[in-house]
Design a protein around this ligand. Structure first.
Ligand SMILES: [Fe+2]
Ligand SMILES: [Fe+2]
Length: 234
């Protein structure tokens, strides 16, 4: 009882019965990594491009669900919280695991400049996502900011899926790409759950140094948030 009293202000949980706040598709006050998110990273046999493509499909599925839930503010907020978390963690895992693989294999004979270009696009997404994360779904301008986020993400994801990922498939064996998957999932599980556009985008070591220490703070703040379920496998 003493511990619970001490923790309550830290976790900032509203003092209301949890069940009243939990619609069917919403997890209340989830912490990350989820049990399966961490465990999957050790046993996946799926090459990295499939995990990346699944994440991209999940972003789109969440956006479709957001639009289908017009008028349901609580559900829409939970969907946006999940979208922000997924995009933030996906971006850092790509920057620190997948883009270095493009550099190390010198993809298209210019691996470093391709990785720079992709990191620059992530920076644009992070800035927009940061703005979105500071807004309420009912704020004027929320929908147009969300639509900007989704347009920027879509263009970026289409490039990755049509150019960089097929190139990695050519340059790396399936075993190597499965190894990348394990690093990618592990990195996602421990990455910050909110966008931090001030964090350096390059080199990866600096991104890790600047990005990862804030993850526990993000996860503590997440205790006060609802998250919609993810419907696309990791
Ligand atoms: Fe990306
Ligand atoms: Fe991506």
């Amino acid at each position: 009882m003493y511990t619970r009293t001490l923790l309550r202000p830290l976790l900032a949980r509203p003092i209301v019965p949890v069940q009243r706040l939990v619609p069917l598709t919403v997890r209340y006050g989830s912490t990350f990594p989820q049990p399966t998110q961490a465990a999957d990273s050790f046993r996946t046999e799926t090459p990295v491009e499939e995990h990346i493509i699944n994440d991209h499909r999940s972003f789109e599925e969440l956006y479709d669900r957001f639009k289908a839930n017009e008028g349901n503010t609580e559900e829409q907020s939970a969907i946006i919280n999940e979208l922000v978390r997924e995009v933030a963690q996906h971006s850092i895992a790509e920057e620190t695991v997948v883009y270095p693989a493009l550099e190390n294999t010198n993809a298209f004979g210019k691996g470093e400049s391709i990785a720079d270009h992709l990191r620059q696009e992530h920076y644009q997404v992070k800035k927009l996502l940061y703005k979105l994360d500071s807004m309420e779904v009912t704020d004027p301008g929320f929908n147009s900011t969300l639509s900007q986020v989704m347009d920027t993400l879509k263009e970026h994801a289409e490039e990755e899926e049509s150019k960089e990922l097929p190139e990695l498939q050519k340059l790396l064996s399936k075993e190597e790409r499965i190894g990348l998957s394990r690093s990618f999932l592990r990195r996602k599980a421990i990455s910050p759950t909110r966008p931090h556009p001030g964090a350096p985008d390059k080199p990866p070591a600096l991104e890790v140094a600047a990005g990862l220490p804030v993850a526990p703070i993000d996860k503590l703040r997440d205790q006060a948030r609802n998250f919609a379920e993810r419907r696309v496998p990791q």
